[in-house]
Design a protein. Structure first.
Length: 363
């Protein structure tokens, strides 16, 4: 077992993916220190699931290098997973400067702090599938494809990829691994769904709010396709990658895609149809949606990832089908709204997911 007792420094632990990962790492026995701003939403999974219980939770800003450095040194981790970000495309149009400050300069600060921290052996920088220059073609993107990004969010994540690549060349070069002892990788995942996301402008949180209030859900781009996956899928990818970096060093550095199988590359309207059905089946009142004609800022229409590298190099493959992912998400919200505890729901779904991973491995 790799994780018991392992010291992990996780940025973004108060966000949606960070809250799930903090709970899962604790379940796996790791010693977790989180560093983030306060939760970005109200309600939040961080508060609802009492994520701070059992870990060291530090509220701080990654734009402030001295405080980030102090927190990292105090934690003395072997593994660093960087997920703190301004994570929304539409918010990036409203605040491009703040988005670059957090997503680009914040990533540089994290790498700089890691450079001076002797305990660190592995750094995983979480970016996104949107970091590729989107050609609006049907072929899935591979790790070597050109980076780009039309909107400030996507582009700031491509910039974070370039900064990561520069730090790897200049300060954590594989050829000098014996001197610095640090392996650095980046992880690019698709749109995640799962219980406990309350972010603005995300499809299923918007659906939960609209269906719960009995008003039609307004959808911006119903025919846009995305690689949808349950939140636990890329999180397992990040954990396998971190473990590989510690165990194999620079042999596993570089960029890694973690996206779903082709069957989960679906238009927005298919996700919402599946969610309507699962939501109703788990006790929610029937929801309806309508197209919101806009005008809307530009968003990519077609996006898919090729994950052959993660399959070959890390043994990572998606475990949940598209409908499993939608069903688990609807069940989480349905049971939470019926009064069940968020923390236990997350831990139960993580346990169920681990069993599915074990079953996949046994085949
Ligand atoms: N949710 C998705 O569908 C998705 C898809 C691909 C990639 N990602 C990436 O995964 C990561 C986590 O996404 P999420 O959905 O949990 O996002 P989120 O918005 O729910 O959480 C973001 C986290 O970053 C923290 N944060 C923001 N600005 C900060 C700052 N200046 N200093 C310190 N902390 C700061 C927030 O407090 C929060 O903890 C992000 O890097 C995001 O870009 C998310």
């Amino acid at each position: 077992m790799f994780w018991p007792g392992r010291k992990v420094f996780l940025t973004g632990h108060t966000g949606f993916k960070g809250a799930w990962l903090s709970l899962w790492l604790r379940r796996l026995g790791a010693q977790v220190t989180g560093f983030s701003l306060a939760p970005p939403t109200q309600p939040s999974l961080f508060a609802a699931a009492e994520v701070a219980r059992g870990m060291q939770s530090v509220f701080g800003d990654i734009r402030d290098l001295p405080s980030l450095r102090a927190a990292l040194h105090a934690a003395g981790p072997e593994v660093v997973i960087h997920m703190a970000a301004q994570s929304l495309v539409r918010a990036s149009y409203a605040d491009p400067v703040g988005t670059y400050a957090t997503n680009l300069l914040g990533t540089v600060h994290l790498l700089e702090a890691a450079r001076g921290c002797p305990s660190v052996r592995a750094v995983v920088i979480v970016t996104t599938d949107k970091c590729y220059e989107n050609r609006e073609w049907v072929w899935p993107y591979r790790e070597g494809d050109t980076l780009g990004g039309y909107d400030p969010y996507s582009n700031s994540k491509a910039c974070a990829e370039l900064a990561t690549s520069s730090y790897r060349s200049a300060f954590f070069h594989p050829a000098r691994f014996a001197e610095h002892g640090v392996a650095v990788a980046s992880a690019r995942a698709g749109n995640v769904i799962g219980g406990g996301d309350w972010a603005a402008d995300r499809l299923l949180p918007d659906a939960v709010r609209a269906f719960g209030a009995g008003v039609p859900l307004r959808i911006r781009n119903p025919r846009a396709t995305r690689p949808w996956q349950h939140v636990l899928e890329p999180l397992r990818g990040y954990l396998l990658l971190a473990q590989a970096l510690v165990e194999q060093g620079p042999a596993c550095d570089g960029a890694w895609n973690f996206g779903p199988d082709a069957g989960a590359i679906q238009p927005v309207e298919a996700v919402i149809a599946g969610f309507q059905e699962a939501w109703h089946a788990s006790g929610g009142r029937p929801g309806v949606w309508m197209e919101d004609a806009g005008p809307h800022p530009h968003e990519a229409h077609t996006l898919a990832l090729d994950c052959s590298k993660a399959a070959a190099g890390l043994g990572w493959r998606p475990v949940l089908s598209f409908s499993d992912a939608v069903r688990l998400t609807a069940a989480w919200y349905g049971r939470f709204l019926a009064g069940e505890a968020a923390r236990e729901l997350c831990l139960e779904q993580a346990e169920h997911y681990e069993a599915m991973v074990a079953a996949q491995a046994a085949h």
